[in-house]
Design a protein around this ligand. Structure first.
Ligand code: A3D
Length: 321
């Protein structure tokens, strides 16, 4: 059996980390693509030279030509520009939508059977543009955000409660913006829901509220510290978890930006919801019940996503509705 092929479109901070993680986990052979000459070639050679030390087998290739991604099983897209301090994710629309059109055309031509994971921001709008421009079925094009947002939530909760991150599950719904919806009711430690832990005196509602707020602003916290770009280790780890679930048909339940066709009362938009990822891509959208407060937070988040997609439609009307 030949190895899987993983194409990384964009070889910047996240792209480099993706390549290293995919190698360490032996997910397949890796092609790194970028428009900058030398960057994908240099990073892929550097990572390949770590393989004898770490003991993994994978072929790495750096390229500036889309033809090298031919036949890729998984494509992960980070091409575009990241945020700098003072910028919101939405400030990136104008530049990154043009990048999504180029990247989408490359995928359409050379990797039409791939499972495509978009990371480029503003995520919920860029994954929409990528699906339109690539023409791939919507179940094969997803956005990475919820795995990262819930990992941040899990990390902050584990720190506050003094327990292993492994035993904390958390749930974040909605768009990947500051109005994302971390759901405390569906978050738990070893199965014990957070509201019960508050009642048991493990923490207070005020502390949970502060963690929810920190989670919402988690991306901005890192941008503020780094000053030159945005988070890349945890975003890369998140996308690799999604790729692994597809390639190994693990059927993990992961929060991802998925194309909704009526679920949660939303039609025709990519929104962060829990999905099952297996060898058929997004195999199921998990529709949970929301109470009134959760529903109003979710609706607010959807309106932000809708506004961004409308901005994309104005810039690139040929992408369609
Ligand atoms: P960065 O290190 O700048 O890498 C982006 C790469 O894209 C650079 O190497 C560019 O040369 C390359 N590039 C630019 N235009 C093109 C093009 N037309 N075709 C191919 N490559 C191109 O950024 P990064 O890796 O830190 O971040 C990448 C993207 O991910 C940004 O848009 C971030 O905002 C986004 N991001 C999303 C999340 C989510 O949770 C959704 C988290 C962190 C970053």
């Amino acid at each position: 059996m030949s190895r899987n092929k993983i194409a990384l479109l964009g070889s910047g901070q996240i792209g480099g980390t993706l390549a290293l993680l995919a190698g360490l986990k032996e997910l397949g052979d890796i092609v790194m693509f970028d428009i900058v000459e030398g960057t994908p070639q240099g990073k892929s050679l550097d990572i390949a030279e770590s393989a004898p030390i770490e003991g993994f087998d994978a072929v790495f290739k750096g390229t500036n030509s889309y033809s090298d991604i031919e036949g890729a099983d998984v494509v992960i897209v980070t091409a575009g520009v990241p945020r700098k301090p003072g910028m919101s994710r939405d400030d990136l629309v104008g530049t990154n939508i043009k990048v999504m059109e180029q990247v989408g055309a490359g995928i359409k031509k050379y990797a039409p059977n791939a499972f495509v994971i978009c990371i480029t921001n503003p995520l919920d709008a860029m994954v929409w543009a990528l699906q339109k421009s690539s023409g791939l079925p919507a179940n094969k094009v997803v956005g990475m955000a919820g795995v990262l947002d819930s990992a941040r939530f899990r990390y902050f909760l584990a720190e506050e409660l003094g327990v292993s991150v492994k035993d904390v599950t958390a749930f974040v719904l909605g768009g990947h913006g500051d109005d994302m919806v971390p759901l405390t009711r569906y978050s738990a430690v070893a199965g014990i829901p957070l509201p019960d832990l508050v009642r048991m005196g493990w923490t207070t509602q005020a502390k949970i509220d502060a963690i929810v707020d920190r989670t919402r602003k988690g991306g901005g916290e890192i941008v503020g510290l780094l000053k030159t770009g945005s988070a890349f280790y945890a975003p890369a780890a998140s996308a690799i978890a999604m790729a692994e679930s597809y390639l190994r048909d693990k059927k993990r339940v992961l929060p991802c930006a998925a194309f909704l066709t009526g679920q949660y009362g939303v039609d025709g938009l990519y929104v962060g919801v829990p999905v099952v990822i297996g060898s058929n891509g997004v195999e199921k959208v998990v529709e949970i019940e929301l109470n009134g407060h959760e529903r109003s937070m979710f609706d607010k988040s959807i309106e932000s996503v809708r506004g961004l997609v409308e901005a994309c439609q104005q810039i690139a009307p040929h992408l369609g509705a």
